[in-house]
Ligand binder design. Structure first.
Ligand SMILES: Nc1ncnc2c1ncn2[C@@H]1O[C@H](COP(=O)(O)OP(=O)(O)OP(=O)(O)O)[C@@H](O)[C@H]1O
Length: 991
């Protein structure tokens, strides 16, 4: 097959100027459509699979005008890499390039080029120089390469469509090169003769084939060399088909090296149908090994693979070309036309590459898969089409239905229009009917109104007539009635005048009678006042006498106290002495023990010491006895003092006004600067007999008067001696008397009141007396007298009005005992707080009109003090009664009713009984009757009032003007008590 036949399958662009030789060939046949499609399909398939495995490369021609220094440098590098300066793969003389003659190639693995392959022509006389070009054909020249590129660059560009003149191209090319091509019978191609050997972008190796060696075979004298960059691995199995790639990978213009008398066609001449055969290369092994890393000789051959693929491939005839004859190549070219691989297409000068069968196979397989997929897709498409058809038919049906509905809707619209017009007509008719009706109604109304007016006129006239008749009749009756009333009034006024006259007379009589009475009372009062004055003077004298006595007693007491102190000092001394003696006794005993054994003197000394000790003990006993006597004496004297003070004492306390209380009474304290004993109260305004307003100031004297600023501590100081008397074995009774709200409970039971303070004092005194041999047992009980019944305030609150408390008296022992009551042993002062708390809970408190917090019962705190002196054998039994009396206000004032009235009556009764008892005690002779039994309170306190006891009454005074009358009453009562002289108290002792 000649060249023209080879190229007939490929189109060329019209107007493209072909190389000289090709122009002579018959024009190429247009490519059939089927083939074009197939080619495209194959290209696409390859594109889809990614870059082909065949490495890409480019042939680079060393420019001849390389500067000398660079050429030298390259030479040095090549030598270092183990290459001869002119590395050649020389074909053996027997090897023929022409007609598929075997040409051995040795892979050179010393210089991998990344991403490119180059085919260089190195002048044998010069050092090899590599020029790199990228795979897209942009030539990157080094140094002087640019100068020589002028000759071949024009070719390169024309390969990509630039119109370059042949003359320019030819002018750039050395004439020898053209002549050589012509000699070889190669078809001359226009533009660049790109010669590309595809390589793997990575790890390239340079295969160099000496043009000279190839030429030598054909007796062509040439010192040029091809340089092929291929991957090391691929290089070892290099085959010719790898050295040719697709057109897109033919970007580099082959640049001539050396004399530039060589072009790409020369390479094709040498390699195009080249089959490298290992056996044939054996003879040149030594030469090849020099330029390769592996030393293997690649078998470069074009192999055809029968395939159903439509991808163009090398023509079998060419691939199956007979091996070249071993006849050495003569310098003259053979007459037989040389077989070249066909061009890839008409746009390129690239030869059709030999195809990789395995790749083709894989492509085929993929193609098959692809076909299968397409088949599947087609079947799917068909089914989808069916579905679409189905939907289309359904759509048509729906559209038909829609059209039906539209028609129906149009009909309905028409009907609706008709109905609307009918409705408007009916409405108009209705409106006209309504109007005619309203006219009729108006007529009827007018008619009715006229009738009503007529009727009203008629009625008015009738009523006018009847009213006039009535008025005439009423006038007559009224006149009669008035006359009758006048008569009656006359009679009544007469009666009234008579009655007034009579009453006036009576009133006059009454007034004169009252005046007489008043005068009498005033006279009596004046005489009483005189008597009282006299009495007061007597009392004062008595008091002065008593004061003198008291001073004497006090002096005596002071003396006794001094004596007592001295005795106590002696006692202490004696005790110390005693202790010293004890110590010395011990020492002596030891000494005796020591001395007893052998010394009579020691014995006598011991006796002496013993005697002295006995004496000391006796002295101590004496001192103790004296102390006890002193204590007894103290008690006696203390009692005498109390007796001198009076067995019944009265003290007055005026409470302060609260912030809410605005109208205070006029209360004065004349002797406030000394021991306050007097209180003066301005009485209410009175009209005298002469008709003038007078106010009297009432003065009251008591054992002690406490003003509003006084504190509970101050008050207690005055009564502490009485508490001591209770501890000494006397019955003591302390009352708080006064109207509701005057401060009784505050004085008696508040946290620092008399009860807690008395208990605390008793407890501490009892503790103190313990060292003098006294042991005290203290028992407290708290009872209430309410409505003349006893209640236990320390019992359970639910038993308050149910449990009957009995009071028993022992007339022999003069002792009172309570039954069914809880008594608490006072083993510490803290216990009294519990007692008070429990009692206040249980105590009946109810509101009255006089005071919302009025206490309506008498509460009695009874503290029994039983003492025993273990040394003297003395025993004492005293009782301290602390009594918070119920409010003393008068019945009229409290405005009590019902149950409250009964309570108040009972309270008043018991208080008046108390007054009676005190009065009887003061006035009666010994043994006469004392009305204790008249009330529950006096019965309970029987042995605490009277001769055997000491009594203290606090009269509590409210500072308010509103309570003035009550205050005066209370003070009068207290004065009465204060004036009572009760017989000498007797101590309850048991010898
Ligand atoms: N000396 C005082 N100092 C301060 N406040 C006092 C004094 N005396 C009484 N009060 C207060 O006056 C008010 C009435 O006192 P209290 O309840 O003691 O009167 P009362 O005579 O005991 O009344 P009742 O008979 O109703 O028990 C209380 O709020 C009390 O705190």
């Amino acid at each position: 097959m000649d060249t023209a036949t080879e190229n007939q399958d490929f189109d060329r662009p019209t107007g493209l100027r072909l190389p000289r030789k090709i122009q002579t060939l018959p024009p190429p046949q247009p490519r059939s459509n089927g083939l074009a499609e197939m080619t495209d399909a194959a290209t696409n398939a390859r594109g889809a699979m990614g870059p082909p495995p065949v490495p890409t490369g480019s042939i680079k021609h060393k420019p001849s005008g390389l500067p000398e220094p660079e050429a030298k440098q390259r030479k040095t590098l090549a030598e270092r890499a183990g290459e001869p300066a002119t590395s050649k793969i020389a074909a053996p003389p027997s090897s023929r390039l022409v007609n598929g003659g075997v040409k051995s190639l040795a892979a050179n693995g010393t210089r991998p080029f990344s991403g490119s392959a180059s085919l260089s022509r190195v002048p044998s006389s010069k050092t090899s120089k590599h020029t790199t070009a990228n795979s897209f054909g942009n030539s990157v020249g080094h140094g002087g390469r640019a100068t020589s590129a002028n000759s071949y660059g024009a070719r390169s560009k024309s390969a990509y469509g630039h119109n370059r003149s042949k003359s320019h191209h030819q002018a750039a090319r050395p004439a020898s090169a053209f002549s050589q091509h012509e000699e070889d019978g190669e078809p001359e191609r226009k533009g660049v003769q790109p010669l590309l050997i595809s390589t793997n972008p990575q790890g390239l190796e340079t295969l160099r084939v000496s043009k000279n060696s190839a030429r030598a075979q054909n007796n062509v004298s040439s010192n040029r060399m091809f340089s092929l960059n291929v991957p090391p691995k691929e290089g070892s199995q290099l085959s010719a088909r790898r050295a040719i790639s697709s057109p897109s990978l033919f970007p580099t213009t082959p640049t001539p090296e050396g004399s530039a008398d060589f072009d790409a066609d020369d390479v094709f001449e040498s390699f195009g149908a080249l089959t490298l055969n290992a056996p044939n290369a054996q003879g040149r092994a030594s030469q090849i090994r020099r330029g390769t890393s592996s030393g293997k000789i690649a078998d470069i051959s074009f192999k055809s693979k029968a395939s159903s693929s439509l991808i163009p491939r090398a023509t079998p005839t060419r691939q199956m070309a007979p091996p070249p004859s071993p006849v050495p190549r003569t310098p003259t070219r053979p007459s037989t036309p040389q077989v070249f691989p066909p061009f890839l297409n008409r746009f390129t000068n690239d030869r059709c590459p030999a195809f990789d069968d395995s790749r083709v196979a894989s492509l085929e397989a993929q193609f098959e898969t692809f076909k299968e997929q397409i088949k599947d897709d087609i079947s799917q498409q068909n089914s989808l089409k069916d579905t679409i058809k189905l939907y289309e038919s359904r759509n048509a049906e729906l559209e038909a239905t829609c059209a039906q509905y539209r028609t129906l809707m149009d009909e309905h619209k028409t009907e609706l229009k008709d109905l609307k017009s009918l409705l408007s007509t009916t409405n108009m008719e209705l409106e006209s009917v309504r109007r005619s009706h309203s006219f009729e109604v108006d007529d009827l109304r007018r008619k009715y109104r006229n009738e009503v007016e007529d009727l009203e006129d008629r009625h008015r006239k009738d009523s006018e007539r009847s009213r006039r008749d009535n008025e005439i009749q009423a006038g007559k009756a009224r006149n009669e009635f008035e006359a009758q009333i006048e008569r009656l009034l006359k009679v009544h006024s007469e009666e009234l005048a008579e009655m007034e006259k009579r009453l006036r007379t009576e009133l006059e009589e009454e007034r004169s009678k009252r005046l007489r009475d008043t005068e009498e009372v005033q006279a009596e009062f004046a005489s009483k006042l005189r008597n009282a004055g006299l009495e007061a003077a007597t009392k004062e004298r008595e008091a002065q006498l008593l004061q003198g006595d008291l001073t004497n007693v006090k002096a005596e007491l002071d003396r006794e106290r001094t004596l007592k102190t001295a005795l106590q000092g002696q006692l202490t001394q004696a005790t110390t002495h005693n202790l010293t003696l004890d110590a010395s006794n011990k020492a002596m005993k030891e000494k005796i023990n020591f001395l007893e054994s052998d010394s009579q003197a020691q014995s006598s000394a011991f006796n002496e010491l013993h005697r002295r000790m006995q004496e000391a003990i006796e002295a101590a006993e004496l001192a103790n006895e004296k102390l006890r006597q002193e204590e007894t004496l103290r008690r006696k004297l203390h009692n005498q003092v109390q007796e001198l003070k009076g067995n019944i004492r009265v003290m007055c306390r005026v409470r302060p006004t609260h912030e809410s209380e605005t109208e205070p009474a006029k209360i004065g304290f004349p002797d406030n600067d000394t021991d306050s004993k007097e209180v003066a109260i301005q009485g209410p305004e009175k009209t005298s007999a002469m008709g003038t307003n007078i106010t009297q100031t009432h003065s009251y004297a008591f054992d002690r008067v406490f003003g509003p600023s006084s504190q509970n501590g101050e008050v207690f100081e005055e009564i502490s001696q009485l508490v001591q008397s209770a501890l000494d074995g006397y019955n003591v009774c302390i009352f708080c008397y006064g109207q509701t709200g005057s401060g009784k409970t505050f004085t008696m039971s508040s946290t620092d009141g008399m009860i807690p303070r008395a208990t605390a004092q008793i407890y501490s005194e009892a503790t103190r007396l313990e060292e003098k041999g006294w042991q005290y047992k203290m028992e407290g009980s708290f009872v209430e007298v309410y409505n003349e019944t006893y209640n236990d305030l320390l019992g359970r609150s639910e038993d308050l009005d149910k449990k009957k408390v009995e009071v028993r008296h022992d007339p022999v022992k003069k002792q009172t005992t309570l039954e069914n009551t809880v008594s608490v042993t006072l083993d510490g002062p803290h216990r009294v707080e519990e007692i008070l708390e429990r009692a206040s809970k249980n105590r009946s408190v109810a509101a009255t009109k006089a005071n919302m917090r009025s206490s309506r019962s008498h509460s009695v705190f009874i503290l029994k003090l039983v003492g025993e002196n273990s040394i003297t054998g003395e025993k004492s039994e005293g009782t301290l009664n602390l009594v918070d009396l119920a409010g003393s206000e008068r019945l009229e004032h409290s405005k009590a009713e019902g149950a409250r009235l009964k309570e108040t009556q009972n309270i008043n009764k018991s208080l008046s009984c108390l007054g009676d008892v005190i009065n009887a005690l003061g006035s009666a002779k010994e043994g006469s009757h004392i009305p204790y039994r008249n009330s529950k309170l006096t019965y309970l306190l029987q042995y605490s009032l009277g001769g055997n006891s000491k009594t203290l009454m606090f009269v509590m005074v409210s500072p308010l003007q509103a309570h003035l009358q009550e205050t005066i009453t209370s003070l009068k009562f207290a004065t009465k008590v204060h004036n009572t002289h009760i017989g000498t108290a007797k101590r309850q002792t048991k010898a």
